[in-house]
Design a protein around this ligand. Structure first.
Ligand SMILES: Nc1ncnc2c1ncn2[C@@H]1O[C@H](COP(=O)(O)OP(=O)(O)O)[C@@H](O)[C@H]1O
Ligand SMILES: [Mg+2]
Length: 499
């Protein structure tokens, strides 16, 4: 089985607004396997961008992550700040957005924007140290944040419950019946017992495990510091030895040789510096290299230009270049071609596929357009109203779709060959402050059954990789056929591929 590079589990995100909580992401789970492209497809507002922003740690301030985890290299990204995450690991997840203009600074030259991302003058020694301690640091932090934060949260909930109940007893003491009072008192007691148990467990765990993790980290830090010191001293000693040998040879050198020796001196000094810091020249060299990689003609000249001097497609290439400077292993593309016209769109998709191949990237590709999915995806997750409603391989989704919403999306892809009129999906997506009970798509679906309005469908298995959350897959559900337009197109495509 392929290695999972990212695991999103039970993610739930809401936004505080004046009108109430917007339930943007409601229990989303998926994995990303090494080297694959997972396409997330769904109408505008279904929660695609919020999910990807949560992975990047760039949610808006009014976001509340209510539940879930996003595991990357053993760490829950939701528990560490973005800054901290990048400080330790370097940016290993890159993201590109729909509108390249909004990701570029209009008054800074392109070259500078790319080199800034490579961290000019950043200290290589410091990074070496951080790399050396990362295992112990992550173990320590994971323990503190994951295990205990969950328990501390539980504690806080109990405390809140107790204090609310106490307040109620006080405020309504004249109106509550004896029976009601005793029920409330009982619940306070129950909560206290549970709270006590959690507190004891938490304390014991902290006492038992934390010191060991702490001292392992301290020990590793000390060792790493010593190792880094030796490394630095070796570099310096090597440099000084070479330099003094050269300087010695310079004393008795012929005039004709002096110039060569001076050049060599300058060169080893530069090499020494480069081994300590990322130099400006090195950053520029890398930037030009990456601009070439993403297909920007005359990169040396383009390096000195401003964003407005670039076309939309070229700007998107620059944004991709910036995402690549950190050498990510996961690339999240959020509707990267939606703002571009069709020919440019195809070029950018080709570029993303090429980069994916050459750099062995794992990719999350987000789009509202099932039409582009076929050329990009290994697997597809269909999102509706903050939930994944169906997921499977690209073949499963295109040739054996099961959820009425997937059918609706498939019916709305324009078909160039048959010049068929596309069917717009009737109705509008639900108001996410009051997400509908049951299957959220029921309101817009002619296949909806009574149960769809009351009970949320679980995922039914179609095959080992293919699942759909629709009551139509329940053994007792009436047999229904998918829309004719979808069935016919599948037949045609199958026929086409047999030729
Ligand atoms: N900062 C915010 N405050 C309030 N609601 C938000 C915020 N960001 C996103 N939303 C809401 O969350 C839902 C999902 O949005 P989004 O993930 O951007 O959808 P899409 O699938 O089009 O990318 C939408 O209903 C959107 O209005
Ligand atoms: Mg979006």
């Amino acid at each position: 089985m392929a290695k999972k590079v990212l695991e999103v589990k039970d993610l739930r995100i809401s936004f505080k607004t004046d009108n109430g909580l917007v339930r943007a992401v409601r229990n989303v789970s998926f994995d990303l396997e090494e080297g694959e492209t997972l396409c997330v497809v769904g109408e505008s507002g279904s929660g695609k961008s919020v999910t990807s922003k949560a992975i990047m740690g760039i949610l808006a301030n009014n976001a509340i992550v209510e539940d879930g985890s996003i595991i990357y290299e053993g760490e829950n990204l939701l528990e560490v700040s973005e800054e901290e995450f990048h400080r330790i690991r370097g940016k290993k997840i890159g993201m590109i957005f729909q509108d390249p203009l909004s990701s570029l600074n209009p008054i800074v030259k392109i070259g500078k924007q790319i080199t800034e991302a490579t961290l000019v003058n950043s200290c290589k020694i410091k990074k070496l140290f951080q790399d050396k301690i990362v295992v112990q640091l992550v173990a320590y932090r994971n323990f503190v944040s994951q295990n205990n934060i969950a328990q501390i949260k539980a504690l806080a909930k109990h405390e809140e419950k107790v204090s609310k109940a106490k307040k109620r007893l006080k405020a309504e003491k004249d109106t509550l019946s004896l029976e009601e009072v005793s029920v409330i008192k009982q619940s306070i007691n129950d909560s206290k017992i549970k709270y006590q148990a959690t507190r004891i467990k938490l304390k014991a765990e902290l006492k038992e495990k934390l010191p060991a993790l702490k001292s392992a980290l301290a020990k590793r830090k000390k060792e790493a510091k010593a190792e880094v010191k030796v490394y630095k001293q070796t570099l310096k000693a090597e440099y000084l030895a070479k330099a003094s040998a050269l300087k010695a040879s310079r004393v008795n050198a012929k005039d004709s040789e002096v110039e060569r020796i001076d050049q060599e001196l300058a060169l080893i000094k530069k090499e020494y510096n480069d081994s300590l810091y990322v130099s400006k020249a090195e950053a520029k060299r890398r930037a030009i290299e990456i601009m070439t990689e993403v297909g920007i003609p005359m990169p040396e000249r383009r390096y000195k230009q401003y964003p407005f001097e670039f076309s939309g497609g070229m700007r998107q290439r620059i944004v991709i270049a910036i995402a690549l400077t950190a050498d990510p292993d996961i690339l999240i593309c959020d509707e990267p071609t939606t703002a571009l016209d069709v020919t440019i769109q195809a070029q950018i998709l080709d570029l993303i596929n090429k980069l994916k191949r050459e750099r062995k990237l794992s990719c999350i590709f987000i789009t509202h357009d099932l039409g582009v999915v076929a050329n990009m995806a290994d697997r597809v997750a269909v999102m509706y109203a903050g939930k994944i409603v169906e997921y499977g391989s690209v073949n499963d989704i295109f040739y054996n779709p099961k959820h009425p919403y997937t059918w609706a999306l498939l019916s709305s892809i324009p078909d160039i060959d048959s010049k068929e009129r596309l069917e717009a999906i009737p109705g509008t997506p639900p108001d996410m402050i009051y997400p509908p009970a049951g299957d959220a798509f029921a309101l817009r679906s002619k296949y909806a059954m009574e149960i769809d309005f009351t009970h949320e469908p679980p995922f039914f298995k179609v095959n080992d990789n293919h699942y759909a959350a629709t009551w139509l897959l329940h053994p007792d559900a009436p047999k229904v056929e998918m829309p004719k337009i979808v069935a016919e197109r599948i037949e045609r495509t199958k026929g086409g591929s047999r030729k």
